[in-house]
Design a protein around this ligand. Structure first.
Ligand SMILES: *Cc1c(COP(=O)(O)O)cnc(C)c1O
Length: 396
């Protein structure tokens, strides 16, 4: 049988990522592929580094996109900073903190776990207690924006405490970058990684990372070779580093980098703080709609991520039935719960280009239609107007 070209039906992406990709970014990807050592390409790589520094709000020279998805940024931070025998404090309040633990252990380190309930922010007091009990810890790792639950932790406070105990800080900012405040230098983050397919609204497959001077010192002085050849920053720096001769390391994903460049240009055009505010405004509108309908949030007010709204599935409603109705009838994708929250919650993303007025109204309207048909215990006919009121008040 002949296999034809693949032409997916377009969807509206309101899950935990990927988010809606703007046509400008897709068009950028379709530009001619050139050599990755072409002088034109090298100029663009330098622009990406500069744009990433602005987005992370850092002067760190070592700020680059790793040529693989967010998980590779996570792995890059751990393999370069954790050596056998190192003690790392890992705060876990959801799925991704668990992956940090995995990474520490695979590097031969010991993970000291600071655990909080899923849906709660990381408790700074628990971190401080762990640091007191483990004065020999080398680093503290935590997820700023836990996409599995929608909880936002106070990265500034957690980093301040970690530094008081002379620890490096490793921060997962996959879902926060571009969507909510993240200030790498001001907060003293030593190693941070993100992803392109969440609030940057780019295609999946790249992971921006940034390392402080302190982290770079640690990387240069590793006692044994970094266990991963591909992710060894000592080698990657020879490719992406300032003033280097761009020795071949691997073939950069040329067109994917065009896309990242375009998405960062778009973010610069909008303004980083305007982007944070847009995410927050549409979160407020979506929240008003859900609350009017009688659907509650998983995360307590005050630590909710605007870009990832985890809501409780109404009594007696089957998760998969609703999600497939949304996909089949409205081409709307929302996220399922992960791990302990599977079947109990929906995760509704307002990430990047998906944080828009039309998406908020579509999501509330479509969900209300599907839930009403299933006789779910919700208030009908009130969600849209509740969201509209917020949007009008915010001038959206
Ligand atoms: C999505 C995500 C990751 C992993 O990114 P991939 O691009 O899927 O590899 C890591 N951490 C958090 C918090 C995420 O949301």
């Amino acid at each position: 049988m002949t296999i034809n070209s693949f032409n997916p039906t377009p969807r509206i992406l309101m899950g935990p990522g990927p988010s809606d990709v703007h046509p400008r970014i897709l068009q950028a990807m379709a530009r001619p592929t050139i050599g990755h050592l072409d002088p034109q390409f090298i100029i663009m790589m330098d622009e990406i580094k500069q744009l990433l520094q602005e987005t992370f709000i850092t002067q760190n020279q070592l700020t680059i996109p790793v040529s693989a998805p967010g998980s590779s940024g996570m792995e890059t931070c751990f393999v370069n900073l954790v050596e056998p025998g190192d003690k790392i404090i890992v705060c876990q309040n959801g799925v991704f903190g668990g992956r940090m633990k995995e990474n520490v252990e695979r590097c031969g380190g010991t993970a000291i776990m600071v655990e909080d309930e899923w849906g709660q922010a990381v408790d700074p007091q628990k971190l401080e207690d762990a640091l007191k009990a483990n004065p020999d810890a080398k680093a503290v790792a935590f997820v700023q924006a836990e996409t599995s639950t929608g909880a936002l932790s106070d990265a500034e406070t957690l980093c301040r405490i970690a530094h008081e105990y002379d620890c490096l800080t490793i921060v997962d900012a996959v879902t926060s970058l571009g969507g909510s405040p993240l200030k790498v230098d001001e907060w003293g983050i030593d190693a941070v990684y993100s992803g392109t397919q969440k609030c940057l609204s780019c295609t999946p497959g790249l992971s921006p990372v940034s390392f402080s001077e302190r982290a770079q010192e640690s990387i240069k002085n590793v006692k044994q070779r970094v266990q991963s050849w591909f992710l060894d920053m000592n080698l990657v720096m020879g490719y992406w580093g300032a003033g280097t001769k761009r020795a071949y390391h691997h073939t950069a994903p040329v067109n994917a980098l065009y896309a990242l460049h375009e998405s960062l240009v778009m973010l610069q055009e909008e303004g980083l703080e305007n982007s944070w505010k847009r995410h927050s405004d549409y979160h407020q509108a979506l929240k008003a709609g859900f609350e009017a309908m009688g659907i509650s949030f998983v995360v307590p007010a005050g630590s909710r991520l605007p870009q990832l709204n985890a809501v409780n599935i109404p009594e007696g409603i089957d998760d998969a039935t609703v999600r497939s109705a949304l996909l089949n009838r409205y081409n709307l994708e929302i996220g399922a719960g992960l791990g302990a929250l599977a079947g109990k919650v929906w995760r509704i993303g307002l990430m990047g280009n998906s944080a828009s007025a039309s998406n908020v109204l579509l999501c509330l309207g479509a969900l209300e239609a599907v839930l009403s048909e299933l006789n779910a215990p919700i208030q009908q006919g009130v969600a849209i107007s509740a969201a509209q009121k917020v949007m009008i008040a915010k001038g959206r």
